[in-house]
Write a protein that binds this ligand. Structure first.
Ligand code: IMP
Ligand code: MG
Length: 178
């Protein structure tokens, strides 16, 4: 890892805690009763858990699973996305909600959406914690996003820098020191 600090908080734990039920109300209003939630590992695990807890208020009981899609090396995307851990949940004819930590180039979610569309899902919607305001490598728009974020590298609440900082309860910017 390059010399850096993570002192700059972009979204606090409290802001995240307040935003999630509002986002879940929005999702619940548009989602059918029987849907499947698939989190993309590893960045989505914390967001996924908080979304799920909040769905309880709407008496929604989605089946859940996780898949692993791998593309990132350090802080720059390699451009290729591979499915390295799959789910065996049956998705044919069902509504699927994909959950990821951050939408950046769009390659990861684009790949994930293709996978479940090809498997015959009735619908595939996407929900991200952060929508990075950057140029996408593929055109992609998330159906739901908790927060926008500038084109900076962020960590915390599941997001990592070289697999560190996932434990932070807030989202922080990684400031690189030269
Ligand atoms: P995309 O395929 O470029 O949209 O990237 C999605 C994946 O890149 C996310 O699931 C993250 O793992 C990773 N990523 C992109 N930007 C950041 C960041 O600022 N911090 C940590 N991980 C990031
Ligand atoms: Mg990730």
């Amino acid at each position: 890892m390059r010399p850096h600090h993570t002192d700059q908080i972009i979204y606090s734990a409290e802001q995240i805690r307040e935003r999630i039920p509002v986002l879940v109300d929005e999702i619940a209003a548009r989602q059918s009763g029987d849907f499947v939630m698939i989190g993309i590992l590893r960045g989505s695990f914390m967001f996924m858990a908080d979304l799920l807890r909040s769905f309880n208020r709407h008496a929604l009981h989605p089946q859940i699973d996780f898949i692993t899609l791998t593309s990132y090396v350090g802080t720059s995307s390699s451009g290729e996305v591979k499915l390295t851990h799959d789910t065996n949940l049956e998705v044919e004819g069902r509504d699927v909600l994909l959950v990821d930590d951050i939408l950046d180039t769009g390659l990861t979610l684009d790949k994930a959406r293709r996978i479940f569309t090809e498997r015959g899902a009735k619908s595939v919607q996407t929900c991200v914690l952060l929508d990075k305001k950057t140029e996408r490598a593929v055109e992609f728009h998330a159906d739901y996003a908790a927060f926008p974020v500038d084109d900076v590298f962020v960590v915390g609440y599941g997001l990592d820098y070289d697999n560190h900082y996932r434990e932070l309860p807030h989202i922080a910017e990684v400031t690189f020191l030269s």
